[in-house]
Write a protein that binds this ligand. Sequence first.
Ligand SMILES: *[C@@H]1O[C@H](CO)[C@@H](O)[C@H](O)[C@H]1NC(C)=O
Ligand SMILES: *[C@@H]1O[C@H](CO)[C@@H](O)[C@H](O)[C@H]1NC(C)=O
Length: 356
Amino acid sequence: MAHSLLWLLVINHYKGFLANAWVANSLLMTGPKAYLTYATSVQLGTQNGIEECKHQFAWDRWNCPDSAVQLRGMRSATRETSFVHAISAAGVMYTLTRNCSLGDLGNCGCDVSKNGKIGGRGWLWGGCSDNVDFGERISKQYVDAQETGQDSRAAVNLHNNEAGRKAVKATMKRICRCHGMSESCSVKTCWTQLSDFRDIGNYLKEKHGRAQKLELDQKRMRAANNADNRGAIADAFSDLARTELIYLEDSPDYCRKNTTLGLHGTEGRECLQQQQQHGYELSQQWGRRSCRRLCHDCGLRVEERRAEVASSCNCKFHWCCKVNCEDCSQVIVKHVCAKREGANGHVYRKRHRAPK
Ligand SMILES: *[C@@H]1O[C@H](CO)[C@@H](O)[C@H](O)[C@H]1NC(C)=O
Ligand SMILES: *[C@@H]1O[C@H](CO)[C@@H](O)[C@H](O)[C@H]1NC(C)=O
């Protein structure tokens, strides 16, 4: 008992020393050199965000921009762009925080500021808490810097970036370890750790479902000069929870391809047919993935595509040490949204009463 406490004290003292060394180091890391140090990780973090977006929206009509470059080209502030901003800002914060804990970055380490202090009943702070404050700072520095405008759209984007970073913090977990004689748990130390990025994606997908449209006082906005404009924006934001996603414009028709808006439409997208329902316990989830939503409701038909996939099979082990397999082929059936035959998209246009 006394022995393990002493051990804790030594460790904490050592970590305190590391933390101080880190502070001194990070003061030296400013300017273009620091900028370059993080740039690659920032890029990776953004890409992680986009990939998570693709997973979350895999069965939706809109399924995310292809890359971070396309992200910068999005000039509207819809419910969907609110998600992209949040998940990208979260992705950068997450990646940089992880990098920090893993010791990838020379000037940054675990958050040990609370170590040795009492955290709650029966436990002390200890171990390597993920340094989210560092990740948050870098995310603000790099991601928020993309918003240079003074208009309401920039304000909305910045708000959603912040909501993404709040999601990283809100999903963090406390992990504990027991110490003491034969794991009697007479001393327990805990630290906070990032959740899987998937959990952050799930969390933000829910926020996307509940996103609020920001109603700005348009008359006041038009009448005011630029400085007052910012006042009107600030007013509109004052009631909003910083954890919620917000948007300004209604979503465009995601069924349709629109190259100006960078939208692919749902033609060519894979969907699930009724008979593939086995294994989907939640009917709601099934409905979301159905070909009806992606194809039929968008004026497209469902095309069955068969692909032959080669794989190894009937493998036999021969003493010793060889494995012989046969080549087998398996037919995989996929369902994909396709244009109606002969209609050339005509039926579709009529259904949606779009202007010629
Ligand atoms: C940060 O982490 C990612 C993987 O999460 C890794 O690919 C990248 O190389 C790391 N950055 C640095 C500077 O080591
Ligand atoms: C694409 O979207 C823009 C803006 O909403 C609209 O003006 C344009 O007509 C659309 N183009 C097509 C081909 O639908």
